[in-house]
Design a protein around this ligand. Structure first.
Ligand SMILES: [Ca+2]
Ligand SMILES: [Ca+2]
Ligand SMILES: [Ca+2]
Length: 304
Protein backbone atom coordinates (compact mmCIF):
# COMPACT_ATOMS: atom_id res chain seq x y z
CA UNK A 1 0.00 0.00 0.00
CA UNK A 2 2.83 2.36 0.95
CA UNK A 3 4.48 1.85 -2.44
CA UNK A 4 1.27 2.60 -4.26
CA UNK A 5 0.79 5.89 -2.33
CA UNK A 6 4.34 7.02 -3.04
CA UNK A 7 3.79 6.42 -6.75
CA UNK A 8 0.50 8.26 -6.97
CA UNK A 9 1.54 11.41 -5.05
CA UNK A 10 3.49 12.99 -7.97
CA UNK A 11 0.61 12.08 -10.28
CA UNK A 12 -1.85 13.82 -7.93
CA UNK A 13 0.38 16.90 -7.83
CA UNK A 14 0.60 17.00 -11.63
CA UNK A 15 -3.17 16.54 -11.83
CA UNK A 16 -3.78 19.39 -9.33
CA UNK A 17 -1.32 21.66 -11.15
CA UNK A 18 -3.13 21.05 -14.44
CA UNK A 19 -6.49 21.82 -12.81
CA UNK A 20 -5.22 24.94 -11.02
CA UNK A 21 -3.60 26.47 -14.09
CA UNK A 22 -6.82 25.83 -15.99
CA UNK A 23 -9.05 27.64 -13.48
CA UNK A 24 -10.25 31.05 -14.57
CA UNK A 25 -10.67 33.53 -11.69
CA UNK A 26 -14.14 34.52 -12.93
CA UNK A 27 -16.69 31.96 -14.07
CA UNK A 28 -18.04 32.21 -17.59
CA UNK A 29 -21.70 31.95 -16.68
CA UNK A 30 -21.96 35.00 -14.40
CA UNK A 31 -23.30 37.38 -17.01
CA UNK A 32 -27.02 37.40 -16.23
CA UNK A 33 -28.78 38.08 -12.94
CA UNK A 34 -32.43 38.58 -11.97
CA UNK A 35 -33.09 40.89 -9.02
CA UNK A 36 -36.58 40.75 -7.50
CA UNK A 37 -38.36 43.11 -5.14
CA UNK A 38 -37.25 42.52 -1.56
CA UNK A 39 -39.11 45.25 0.29
CA UNK A 40 -42.12 47.49 -0.02
CA UNK A 41 -42.92 50.56 2.04
CA UNK A 42 -46.29 52.25 1.46
CA UNK A 43 -46.92 55.82 2.58
CA UNK A 44 -50.46 55.77 1.25
CA UNK A 45 -52.22 53.27 -0.95
CA UNK A 46 -54.90 53.55 -3.56
CA UNK A 47 -54.64 50.04 -4.97
CA UNK A 48 -56.25 46.76 -4.13
CA UNK A 49 -53.55 44.80 -2.36
CA UNK A 50 -54.05 41.05 -2.47
CA UNK A 51 -52.07 38.85 -0.10
CA UNK A 52 -49.18 40.01 2.06
CA UNK A 53 -46.36 42.47 1.69
CA UNK A 54 -43.76 42.59 0.24
CA UNK A 55 -45.73 42.79 -2.97
CA UNK A 56 -44.18 42.07 -6.36
CA UNK A 57 -41.39 39.92 -4.89
CA UNK A 58 -42.44 36.61 -6.45
CA UNK A 59 -44.54 35.26 -9.30
CA UNK A 60 -47.79 33.31 -8.77
CA UNK A 61 -47.46 33.45 -4.95
CA UNK A 62 -50.88 35.06 -4.36
CA UNK A 63 -49.35 38.44 -3.45
CA UNK A 64 -50.02 41.09 -6.05
CA UNK A 65 -51.49 44.53 -6.52
CA UNK A 66 -54.48 45.36 -8.66
CA UNK A 67 -55.67 48.56 -10.28
CA UNK A 68 -58.74 49.50 -12.24
CA UNK A 69 -58.52 53.26 -12.36
CA UNK A 70 -56.06 56.09 -11.99
CA UNK A 71 -54.22 55.31 -8.80
CA UNK A 72 -50.85 55.35 -7.17
CA UNK A 73 -48.74 53.47 -4.72
CA UNK A 74 -46.71 56.05 -2.88
CA UNK A 75 -43.81 54.49 -1.08
CA UNK A 76 -41.23 52.34 -2.70
CA UNK A 77 -40.19 48.97 -3.93
CA UNK A 78 -36.57 48.03 -3.48
CA UNK A 79 -34.74 45.21 -5.19
CA UNK A 80 -32.35 42.52 -4.03
CA UNK A 81 -28.74 43.64 -3.95
CA UNK A 82 -26.14 42.40 -6.37
CA UNK A 83 -22.55 41.57 -5.45
CA UNK A 84 -20.38 41.35 -8.52
CA UNK A 85 -17.16 39.33 -8.61
CA UNK A 86 -13.92 41.25 -9.27
CA UNK A 87 -13.50 42.51 -12.85
CA UNK A 88 -17.23 42.20 -13.60
CA UNK A 89 -19.13 45.28 -14.81
CA UNK A 90 -22.82 45.89 -15.49
CA UNK A 91 -23.58 46.42 -19.17
CA UNK A 92 -27.38 46.56 -19.32
CA UNK A 93 -30.34 46.55 -16.93
CA UNK A 94 -33.83 45.66 -18.16
CA UNK A 95 -36.97 46.35 -16.16
CA UNK A 96 -39.64 43.64 -16.33
CA UNK A 97 -43.05 43.15 -14.73
CA UNK A 98 -45.28 40.08 -14.49
CA UNK A 99 -48.71 41.45 -15.30
CA UNK A 100 -52.20 40.23 -16.02
CA UNK A 101 -55.21 42.09 -17.34
CA UNK A 102 -56.87 43.37 -20.48
CA UNK A 103 -54.53 44.16 -23.32
CA UNK A 104 -55.21 47.83 -23.72
CA UNK A 105 -52.68 50.38 -24.85
CA UNK A 106 -54.31 53.08 -22.76
CA UNK A 107 -53.43 51.11 -19.58
CA UNK A 108 -50.04 51.91 -18.07
CA UNK A 109 -48.16 50.79 -15.06
CA UNK A 110 -45.70 53.67 -15.06
CA UNK A 111 -42.51 53.07 -13.11
CA UNK A 112 -40.47 55.93 -11.67
CA UNK A 113 -37.41 56.14 -9.52
CA UNK A 114 -38.14 57.44 -6.07
CA UNK A 115 -37.67 59.92 -4.53
CA UNK A 116 -36.23 61.73 -7.56
CA UNK A 117 -39.02 60.73 -9.96
CA UNK A 118 -37.16 59.70 -13.14
CA UNK A 119 -39.55 57.83 -15.43
CA UNK A 120 -38.11 54.38 -16.15
CA UNK A 121 -40.87 53.23 -18.46
CA UNK A 122 -44.40 51.90 -18.82
CA UNK A 123 -45.42 48.32 -18.28
CA UNK A 124 -48.69 47.02 -19.67
CA UNK A 125 -50.77 43.85 -19.76
CA UNK A 126 -51.07 41.38 -22.63
CA UNK A 127 -54.42 39.76 -21.76
CA UNK A 128 -52.76 36.76 -20.07
CA UNK A 129 -50.29 36.50 -17.14
CA UNK A 130 -46.91 37.25 -18.70
CA UNK A 131 -43.58 38.93 -18.22
CA UNK A 132 -43.59 42.23 -20.03
CA UNK A 133 -40.91 44.81 -20.44
CA UNK A 134 -41.14 48.46 -21.31
CA UNK A 135 -43.02 49.72 -24.29
CA UNK A 136 -42.40 53.08 -25.96
CA UNK A 137 -39.11 54.82 -25.70
CA UNK A 138 -36.19 52.59 -24.77
CA UNK A 139 -36.42 48.91 -23.78
CA UNK A 140 -33.68 49.13 -21.23
CA UNK A 141 -33.22 51.16 -18.09
CA UNK A 142 -29.64 52.12 -18.87
CA UNK A 143 -30.49 54.73 -21.47
CA UNK A 144 -32.57 56.77 -19.06
CA UNK A 145 -30.97 56.03 -15.70
CA UNK A 146 -27.20 55.48 -15.92
CA UNK A 147 -26.82 55.20 -12.13
CA UNK A 148 -28.10 51.61 -12.27
CA UNK A 149 -25.06 50.61 -14.33
CA UNK A 150 -22.98 50.76 -11.17
CA UNK A 151 -23.31 48.24 -8.36
CA UNK A 152 -23.97 50.99 -5.78
CA UNK A 153 -26.53 52.71 -7.99
CA UNK A 154 -28.35 49.48 -8.78
CA UNK A 155 -28.40 48.40 -5.14
CA UNK A 156 -29.91 51.69 -3.98
CA UNK A 157 -32.58 51.83 -6.72
CA UNK A 158 -36.12 52.31 -5.42
CA UNK A 159 -39.14 52.55 -7.69
CA UNK A 160 -42.70 53.79 -7.46
CA UNK A 161 -45.48 52.31 -9.61
CA UNK A 162 -48.32 54.44 -10.86
CA UNK A 163 -51.37 53.09 -12.70
CA UNK A 164 -52.79 55.31 -15.37
CA UNK A 165 -55.62 55.11 -17.87
CA UNK A 166 -55.53 57.77 -20.53
CA UNK A 167 -59.31 58.16 -20.81
CA UNK A 168 -60.16 57.36 -17.16
CA UNK A 169 -62.90 54.98 -18.29
CA UNK A 170 -63.66 51.99 -16.05
CA UNK A 171 -61.95 48.75 -17.04
CA UNK A 172 -61.61 45.22 -15.80
CA UNK A 173 -58.79 45.27 -13.23
CA UNK A 174 -55.17 44.82 -14.21
CA UNK A 175 -52.64 43.22 -11.86
CA UNK A 176 -48.93 43.35 -11.26
CA UNK A 177 -47.69 40.18 -9.64
CA UNK A 178 -43.92 40.63 -9.72
CA UNK A 179 -41.27 43.15 -10.69
CA UNK A 180 -37.65 42.40 -11.49
CA UNK A 181 -34.49 43.85 -12.94
CA UNK A 182 -32.59 41.70 -15.42
CA UNK A 183 -28.93 42.56 -15.11
CA UNK A 184 -26.43 41.71 -17.83
CA UNK A 185 -22.72 41.87 -17.07
CA UNK A 186 -19.38 41.46 -18.75
CA UNK A 187 -15.76 41.21 -17.67
CA UNK A 188 -14.04 44.59 -17.91
CA UNK A 189 -11.29 44.99 -20.50
CA UNK A 190 -8.98 47.98 -20.97
CA UNK A 191 -9.42 49.63 -24.35
CA UNK A 192 -6.84 52.07 -25.77
CA UNK A 193 -7.64 53.76 -29.08
CA UNK A 194 -5.06 55.52 -31.26
CA UNK A 195 -5.51 58.25 -32.36
CA UNK A 196 -7.54 59.72 -29.54
CA UNK A 197 -8.65 62.76 -31.48
CA UNK A 198 -10.82 62.24 -34.54
CA UNK A 199 -11.56 64.78 -37.24
CA UNK A 200 -14.04 63.56 -39.82
CA UNK A 201 -12.14 65.23 -42.68
CA UNK A 202 -8.53 64.41 -42.01
CA UNK A 203 -6.51 61.94 -40.01
CA UNK A 204 -5.36 58.37 -40.22
CA UNK A 205 -7.06 55.68 -42.23
CA UNK A 206 -7.36 53.29 -39.28
CA UNK A 207 -8.53 53.53 -35.69
CA UNK A 208 -6.08 51.34 -33.81
CA UNK A 209 -7.34 49.57 -30.70
CA UNK A 210 -5.30 47.79 -28.07
CA UNK A 211 -7.37 45.38 -25.96
CA UNK A 212 -5.87 44.41 -22.60
CA UNK A 213 -7.40 41.69 -20.41
CA UNK A 214 -6.87 41.63 -16.67
CA UNK A 215 -7.78 39.15 -13.95
CA UNK A 216 -5.68 36.38 -15.46
CA UNK A 217 -7.42 36.11 -18.83
CA UNK A 218 -5.38 35.33 -21.92
CA UNK A 219 -5.87 37.23 -25.18
CA UNK A 220 -5.42 34.04 -27.20
CA UNK A 221 -8.79 32.94 -25.79
CA UNK A 222 -10.61 35.86 -27.47
CA UNK A 223 -13.08 34.82 -30.15
CA UNK A 224 -11.93 37.44 -32.64
CA UNK A 225 -15.02 37.19 -34.81
CA UNK A 226 -17.12 38.57 -31.93
CA UNK A 227 -15.18 41.85 -31.56
CA UNK A 228 -17.42 44.85 -32.26
CA UNK A 229 -17.17 48.57 -31.71
CA UNK A 230 -20.46 49.98 -30.37
CA UNK A 231 -22.24 46.73 -31.28
CA UNK A 232 -21.90 47.01 -35.06
CA UNK A 233 -18.45 47.92 -36.41
CA UNK A 234 -16.10 44.93 -36.83
CA UNK A 235 -12.31 45.29 -37.08
CA UNK A 236 -10.67 44.97 -40.49
CA UNK A 237 -7.29 43.86 -39.12
CA UNK A 238 -6.33 41.54 -36.25
CA UNK A 239 -2.92 41.26 -34.62
CA UNK A 240 -1.44 38.19 -32.98
CA UNK A 241 -2.40 37.87 -29.31
CA UNK A 242 0.54 38.51 -26.98
CA UNK A 243 -0.08 37.54 -23.36
CA UNK A 244 -3.10 39.50 -22.22
CA UNK A 245 -3.18 41.95 -25.15
CA UNK A 246 -4.60 41.91 -28.65
CA UNK A 247 -4.33 44.72 -31.19
CA UNK A 248 -7.02 45.27 -33.80
CA UNK A 249 -7.78 48.05 -36.26
CA UNK A 250 -11.08 49.52 -37.39
CA UNK A 251 -11.61 51.24 -40.71
CA UNK A 252 -11.88 55.02 -40.15
CA UNK A 253 -14.37 55.12 -43.02
CA UNK A 254 -16.70 53.03 -40.81
CA UNK A 255 -15.86 54.82 -37.57
CA UNK A 256 -15.96 58.50 -38.55
CA UNK A 257 -19.64 58.80 -39.53
CA UNK A 258 -20.58 56.85 -36.40
CA UNK A 259 -18.54 59.15 -34.16
CA UNK A 260 -20.09 62.20 -35.83
CA UNK A 261 -23.57 60.79 -35.13
CA UNK A 262 -22.81 60.05 -31.48
CA UNK A 263 -21.25 63.51 -31.04
CA UNK A 264 -24.38 65.05 -32.54
CA UNK A 265 -26.55 63.08 -30.08
CA UNK A 266 -24.39 64.18 -27.16
CA UNK A 267 -24.52 67.83 -28.25
CA UNK A 268 -28.22 67.55 -29.14
CA UNK A 269 -27.58 69.29 -32.46
CA UNK A 270 -25.50 72.16 -31.02
CA UNK A 271 -22.25 73.05 -32.82
CA UNK A 272 -19.11 71.18 -31.78
CA UNK A 273 -17.18 73.42 -29.34
CA UNK A 274 -13.63 74.52 -30.34
CA UNK A 275 -12.00 71.99 -28.03
CA UNK A 276 -14.08 69.14 -29.44
CA UNK A 277 -16.44 66.79 -27.63
CA UNK A 278 -15.69 63.55 -25.78
CA UNK A 279 -17.30 60.50 -27.37
CA UNK A 280 -17.28 57.17 -25.51
CA UNK A 281 -16.54 54.19 -27.74
CA UNK A 282 -17.22 50.71 -26.42
CA UNK A 283 -15.65 47.47 -27.59
CA UNK A 284 -17.34 44.16 -26.80
CA UNK A 285 -16.27 40.58 -27.49
CA UNK A 286 -16.49 37.06 -26.11
CA UNK A 287 -13.92 34.49 -25.22
CA UNK A 288 -14.15 31.19 -27.07
CA UNK A 289 -16.08 29.81 -24.05
CA UNK A 290 -18.69 32.58 -24.44
CA UNK A 291 -17.57 34.79 -21.54
CA UNK A 292 -18.57 38.35 -22.48
CA UNK A 293 -16.11 41.25 -22.18
CA UNK A 294 -16.55 44.99 -22.48
CA UNK A 295 -14.34 48.07 -22.31
CA UNK A 296 -14.56 51.73 -23.30
CA UNK A 297 -12.39 54.75 -23.96
CA UNK A 298 -13.37 58.32 -24.78
CA UNK A 299 -12.08 59.82 -28.00
CA UNK A 300 -12.31 63.51 -28.80
CA UNK A 301 -14.33 64.50 -31.83
CA UNK A 302 -13.18 67.71 -33.50
CA UNK A 303 -15.43 69.55 -35.91
CA UNK A 304 -14.41 69.22 -39.56
CA1 LIG B 1 -31.33 46.95 -2.96
CA1 LIG C 1 -46.46 38.19 -6.39
CA1 LIG D 1 -6.09 56.05 -26.27
Amino acid sequence: MRGKSALSLPLILIFLTVIMTDIQPVQAQTYEYELYVDDFTADWVDWSQVGDTPYLNATNDGNYIEASEYCQLAGSFTFEDINLPPCVVITKVVLEGYTNGPFDLTNDFDVYTTPDGVWLGSLYATGVPAWVTRRWYSWTVDEVYPAVLTEAGLNSLQVLVHFFTVDRLPRPPAQIDSLRLKVYTAISATIDFTPNTINTNIGSQYLKCKITLSCGFNASDINQSTILLDDFIAPIWFGTPVGNTLKVEFNMADVKPHIANVANDILQGAPVPPGGVGVPLTVTFNLTDGTPFQGSENVTYIAP
